[in-house]
Ligand binder design. Structure first.
Ligand code: PLP
Length: 413
């Protein structure tokens, strides 16, 4: 364990877009003694979390839970359904889409990476990193694939590196309009349990998610949600797999068990998280995130800084990317804010490193934790000499005061 030579007073403000703050209720649930993973109590726990995750994914079909980070579940989605040399169509929306594409290459697939063209002159950022998936481009590409060689379309639901969502139902419509048999695979690692995600209604074949975002758990478990078509495809898929193979896991999950030692204490936490989320109700969970996101965007607008997402129709309810003025190193700003105010913000990743920072507004937050985070950002911006158009803190206070949480809950009911 790292020796900490001091312990700052009060709570650290973990405002990165995942891992998100873990509620005390979940931490306590995870501290219970580890039980026999082949014993009768475990089966009941397994069945509970598997059924609960089906509700969260909004699916009637199997959900697979892995003791792995989200990257493992990305790999599981590909190796269970694809064969060496298969063509997959991906869309560059940011760093995580790029990492999934790199993984596809490493696995011996042939990924084709669609993207919005050009660079935004105002910010110098690529347009593709400021917008969501263009379903029209996907349809066009699939129509041109006369031999139907493309086996899957892979998109990211909530791009955590940019704060941009993508319209998954529109991607499904594009695949159907092109009358193409490709599977639809969706990374909803940072979308699930914060942004509306409907596995069955949207016709997704394989979804990928993780524990450390909207589910409010520490990192360490990840998920695949399947469709009957994906399960069928897995029977013919030839990429090598053993640990990730769905067949044995789904079979043993019928009684609430796994073919290997599962992550027992994280599953206690997951059971608690599901109680919290399903008791509040998913519509209320989504409404809570949308309301926080609007408050944070009100602050960014008041500062006069560009929101990285350039399309208001696809703003992320989970995080907001803030572009710093030319010459202001976003990482130096984040370091200063961390040092002075004990507040962690998300770094700019890949092509936008140093040009932006990310404010997470997901999971176990409330209006006042967000107000504190915005105050930390505003002080940091001033200390870095950024000329602000106005006070974001005041704008967010006005927003939260004018939009009652209770009004919001009624609207969701
Ligand atoms: N995809 C998205 C959208 C993510 O946000 C992340 C992590 O933040 C990943 C994939 C990778 O997941 P992990 O870091 O849990 O392996």
């Amino acid at each position: 364990m790292i020796a900490l030579d001091h312990h700052p007073s009060g709570r650290h403000f973990l405002q990165i877009p995942g891992p998100s703050p873990v509620p005390d209720r979940i931490l306590r649930a995870m501290s219970l003694p580890t039980i026999d993973h082949r014993g009768p109590e475990f089966g009941a726990l397994g069945l509970k979390v598997l059924a609960g995750m089906q509700q969260v994914f909004q699916t009637r079909h199997p959900v697979v839970i892995y003791p792995a980070s989200g990257t493992g579940a990305w790999e599981a989605a590909l190796v269970n359904t694809m064969s060496p040399g298969d063509a997959v169509l991906m869309f560059e929306t940011g760093h995580f889409a790029a990492l999934w594409q790199k993984m596809a290459l490493r696995l011996g697939l042939k990924p084709e990476f669609l993207a919005h063209a050009g660079v935004d002159e105002q910010t110098g950022l690529p347009w593709s990193w400021r917008r969501g998936v263009d379903a029209g481009l996907i349809e066009q590409r699939l129509r041109a694939d006369a031999g139907q060689a493309i086996r899957a379309v892979c998109v990211v639901h909530n791009e955590t590196s940019t704060g941009v969502t993508s319209d998954i139902a529109a991607v499904r419509r594009a695949i159907d309009a092109a009358k193409h048999p490709a599977l639809l695979m969706v990374d909803t690692i940072s979308g699930l349990a914060s942004a509306d995600y409907r596995h069955d209604d949207w016709g997704v074949d394989v979804a990928v998610s993780g524990s450390q975002k909207g589910l409010m758990l520490p990192p360490g478990i990840s998920f695949n949600a399947l469709s009957p078509k994906a399960i069928e495809a897995s029977k013919a898929a030839k990429l090598p797999k053993s640990f990730w193979a769905w067949d044995e896991i789904v079979r043993m999950n019928q009684d609430g068990y796994w073919p290997y030692t599962p992550n027992t204490n994280l599953l206690y936490g997951l059971a608690e998280s599901l109680d919290m989320l399903l008791c509040q109700g998913l519509p209320a969970v989504f409404a809570r995130h949308l309301r926080w996101a609007e408050g944070v965007r009100a602050a960014v607008r008041a500062w006069g800084l560009p929101i990285q997402c350039a399309d208001a129709a696809v703003y992320s309810p989970v995080l907001t990317g803030v572009v710093t003025p030319a010459g202001v190193d976003a990482d130096a700003l984040r370091r200063l804010i961390h040092e002075r105010f004990d507040l962690s913000l998300g770094t700019g990743l890949g092509k936008v490193q140093g040009r932006m920072f990310r404010i997470g507004h997901l999971g176990d937050c409330n209006d006042l934790t967000l107000m504190a985070a915005l105050a930390g950002v505003e002080m940091g911006l001033r200390l870095c000499g950024v000329a602000l158009a106005g006070s974001g803190v005041l704008a967010a206070m006005e927003h939260f005061a004018a939009h009652s949480r209770h009004m919001n809950l009624k609207a969701a009911a």
